[in-house]
Design a protein around this ligand. Structure first.
Ligand code: AMP
Ligand code: ZN
Length: 464
């Protein structure tokens, strides 16, 4: 398998540290708002990456963080905490905000067949580990305390810009937009490891530390979580391209200074989904969510189909016209697959192997998902029986996750009466503004594989 590695700026053969096993880390969402379909584009390609690694036989150990503290409005340690701002706006506690948007994030992921990683870790759960790392960085001279905060000293590194070949000034534009430079920093690329002297008094989450009561910077959480759950040798680290600088650059700086050797071998970055000419962003402009697509009557998996039709390293311009085109193609494809008679004889092994190789060649070529999709169409046209076609497509769908061989008609749950009763209870709870109960019912059903769909006509359900 060959993949593009941001660290070397080359497409390289993938070789994990331990034979047969992959340690994979993914930067998770900052849970102060709904994930938009741009964020989900990144998670969708990361899902394909995980599933393909498993498809070719690796055991994958995957960890994702949930950012519930420390991510400021500017990625360059300036501004205020996004979680605190959102809690204030919605008159809720930070933890309630985090829970609500984390649950919603995984619900949206489930709708797009994005698998939840086995290990998901909220940033607030590992404070002692960050303190341990920061203490060692201070002891070894990689960090300093100034003006009440602890900073990483980037001048101590042989090379700081390991992930980019851009000029420093270009990189800093956008990161430090409209904000004054922090005068406590010795070098302008230094970054905060621990805030004690906050510019905003009402930071809700604070912890005791050797440097005073405070909270961790954004970058330290991913180093801390990854080192704790995946050890000192990481195979692949993923994120969207905006994470390259400063977030991933800073993660490398602090992790490698802490462990004293190279940390992660492959860096996988997904390009942005744009709306108009701008990156879709939670903090600026219009954002579209999975619920927006549903409300407009789209089958959400059409978005997965659209994303897979383009290469993860290319920008994707989102328009509803493109989504409609993807939906037409997707629904037609599903209908064709479902018309196959899977019982018509034995699988032709030679044909199976031929097309499986074509699919793997596409995926091995830096995850060419659009060629992989083309292989599905080639299989449908192939000169072989339906059973072979069906089993090939079922096999590819372990990676594509487009439900290509799943029945499209609505399936009725065996316990439909019970579900309908719960739907009625939820409607009543909503009427009484008891949203906690309403959410609880929705989440309990989701855990049991029943997804509720709210429509103008009322609530229905589907089996997932
Ligand atoms: P956030 O919740 O803002 O921390 O972002 C979650 C993930 O989505 C990160 O990996 C980002 O790099 C990624 N991301 C943010 N905006 C976009 C976008 N417009 N297109 C694709 N990925 C994005
Ligand atoms: Zn991260």
């Amino acid at each position: 398998m060959r993949m593009y590695n941001t660290l070397t700026r080359k497409v390289e053969e993938f070789v994990p540290c331990c034979e047969g096993e992959v340690k994979l880390y993914t930067c998770g969402p900052t849970v102060y708002h709904y994930a938009h379909i741009g964020n989900l584009r990144s998670y969708l390609h990361e899902d394909v990456l995980e599933k393909y690694l498993k498809y070719i036989g690796y055991k994958v150990d995957r960890v994702m963080n949930i950012t519930d503290v420390g991510h400021l409005t500017s990625d360059g340690d300036e501004g205020s905490d996004k979680m605190v701002n959102s809690a204030k706006k919605e008159h809720k506690s930070v933890m309630d905000i985090a829970k609500f948007y984390t649950d919603k994030f995984f619900e949206d992921c489930a709708t797009l067949n994005i698998r939840k990683p086995d290990t998901v870790v909220p940033a607030t759960s590992l404070i002692d580990d960050y303190i341990k790392i920061i203490s060692k960085l201070l002891d070894t001279g990689y960090a300093y305390v100034n003006g009440g905060n602890v900073y990483f000293d980037t001048s101590k590194l042989k090379e700081y810009y390991v992930l980019t070949n851009h000029k420093e000034d270009d990189l800093l534009v956008g990161v430090r937009d409209d904000v004054t430079e922090d005068e406590n920093k010795r070098n302008k690329t230094d970054f905060v490891l621990w805030f004690t002297k906050s510019k905003f008094e009402d930071q809700e989450l604070k912890w005791d530390s050797p440097w005073g009561v405070g909270y961790p910077g954004w970058h330290i959480e991913c180093s801390g979580i990854s080192l704790k759950y995946l050890g000192e040798y990481l195979d692949i680290h993923c994120g969207g391209v905006d994470n390259i600088f400063p977030h991933h650059t800073n993660e490398i700086a602090q992790s490698e200074s802490y462990i004293g050797h190279k940390w992660c071998n492959y860096w996988f970055h997904v390009e942005h989904l744009n709306l108009g000419s701008e990156k879709m962003s939670k903090s600026k402009g219009e954002v579209l969510t999975v619920d927006t697509l549903k409300a407009k009557g789209y089958e959400p998996l059409s978005y997965r189909y659209l994303a897979l039709s383009s290469h993860y390293q290319n920008k994707l311009e989102f328009t509803f016209e493109n989504l409609s085109g993807a939906q037409n193609a997707y629904l037609k494809l599903r209908a064709k697959v479902l018309r196959l008679n899977r019982e018509d004889g034995e699988v032709n092994q030679e044909m199976f192997d031929k097309y499986k190789k074509q699919f793997m060649d596409a995926m091995d070529d830096n995850f060419n998902t659009s060629m992989a999709l083309t292989t599905v169409y080639d299989v449908l046209k192939a000169d072989t029986n339906d059973a072979t076609k069906f089993h090939l497509i079922e096999d590819f769908d372990r990676v594509l996750s487009l439900d290509l061989t799943k029945e499209m008609e609505k399936k009725t749950a065996e316990n439909e009466d019970e579900i309908l009763k719960l739907i009625a209870e939820r409607a009543e709870a909503k009427k009484n503004k008891d949203f906690a109960t309403a959410d609880q019912i929705r989440n309990d059903l989701l855990e049991k594989g029943i997804r509720l769909i709210d429509t103008k006509e009322g609530t229905t359900y589907e089996i997932i």
